[in-house]
Design a protein. Sequence first.
Length: 171
Amino acid sequence: MKRGFVVAVSGAALLIAGLSGCSSDDKSSSASSSSETSAAASSASETSAASESPTAATGSGTTRVVIDGQEQTVTGSVVCAAMGGNMNIAIGEATTGIAAVVSEGDAPTVTSVGLGNVNGVTLGYAAGAGGEAKAEKDGNTYKITGTATGVDMANPMTPLNKPFEIEVTCP
């Protein structure tokens, strides 16, 4: 169970790093923005074994993240990349960001969520590895709620469960 969780959180961290590396706050021209989107899509296609063409959008979409009843401050851009039948969502910067993978469509299911390090505990959710999560979609806005699991290194034998809520509007 722990190995699957670590793999899911590591994958989410890699997704954040890869997608945020392709983003930029420079909006000086539409050609620049277009090339950034192409670069993100190209990078995403290298990591995807799916035969369909991935699409990615980077911007300053609105976000709200609450973990264990506490509103979290997440700075940085929002990256949403559709590939392989999933919507990959990255919020914030590579080292402190949040990542989620949900299925595409009007009734999405949650595959994984990486919440990063919260008060010394790395939290996340992976389907089948403990915890629970559900997603709702309204246009380009996703609301993902559930319970993430994690391990406090001060007491590694006792897993922790924390409720979370993510609301993000993809650009």
